[in-house]
Design a protein. Structure first.
Length: 254
């Protein structure tokens, strides 16, 4: 079900976090994110404790800080959106360095940054400690709709194939002296995108026919069945359970 090689987000290791079954870790991370989202934004100290919990998980998994931070750059568009909130939101204004910022916008920006960053960090740690094939099998064990699991599987499997096809087309353009210097070259780039779509569609048809000829009937077989022990479920529950205690304390002290 997975690709034949490890994904770039995965970091091979033999830590206790790596050894936990994928479906246990998925439930644990999902529970942690739910708790973080449910935390009142005014309890700023709580988000610091959540960050410490994730640092503890990263330490137990032996994941370097740079590995996590580099892959958290995907959050940049949300950061840009959060930065704009204090300027565009309505409501009472507060002065800061000569700027009039919306009070509700400041709280909204903090809410997006804190909860979004923690959610992204937790997801990166999940991907860093779980092989993509095991993660897909874990989703299947959690009884997610089979169609969604298959779509995710094919997307991950053939994402690199499409990227490699685009790289070859780029090399072919460069070998013919093409350089994208301005708006006049947009037409060539648009034709490239169209050709890539057609090639991808045709490749998808060939892959589907090959699968049907090998007995594919709409569902992928589960090649192995991993059962989690009670101790493994308890280990996966440490993160969301600790976060839940922080969240309840935050609501109580609010």
């Amino acid at each position: 079900m997975g690709a034949g090689h490890a994904h770039k987000l995965y970091r091979h290791g033999h830590s206790p976090v790596h050894r936990l079954p994928a479906h246990c870790k998925t439930v644990g991370v999902f529970g942690f994110v739910l708790v973080v989202v449910s935390t009142p934004r005014e309890a700023m100290w709580a988000f610091g404790l959540y960050a410490l919990l994730l640092v503890g998980v990263a330490g137990a998994a032996r994941i370097p800080p740079g590995f996590v931070l580099k892959r958290m750059l995907i959050e940049v568009p949300f950061v840009a959106f959060a930065v704009l909130l204090p300027f565009v939101a309505e409501g009472p204004r507060v002065a800061w360095l000569g700027l009039l910022l919306s009070e509700s916008g400041l709280w909204g920006a903090w809410n997006v940054l804190a909860k979004g960053t923690l959610g992204v960090a937790a997801s990166v740690l999940l991907a860093a400690t779980t092989d993509i094939r095991e993660l897909l099998l874990g989703l299947q064990r959690l009884k997610l709709p089979p169609l969604l699991v298959q779509i995710a599987s094919f997307m991950i499997r053939y994402g690199d194939v499409i990227a490699d096809e685009l790289r070859r087309m780029k090399i072919a353009r460069a070998s013919r002296g093409f350089e994208a210097r301005g708006i006049r070259q947009w037409g060539v780039l648009a034709k490239t995108a169209g050709a890539l779509f057609i090639r991808s569609y045709e490749r998808g048809e060939r892959v589907h026919l090959a699968m049907v000829s090998r007995g594919y009937a709409g569902s992928m077989p589960v090649v192995d069945e991993v059962t989690a022990t009670r101790a493994q479920w308890v280990g996966a529950a440490i993160l969301p359970a600790s976060a839940l205690g922080v969240c309840l304390l935050g609501w109580w002290l609010r």
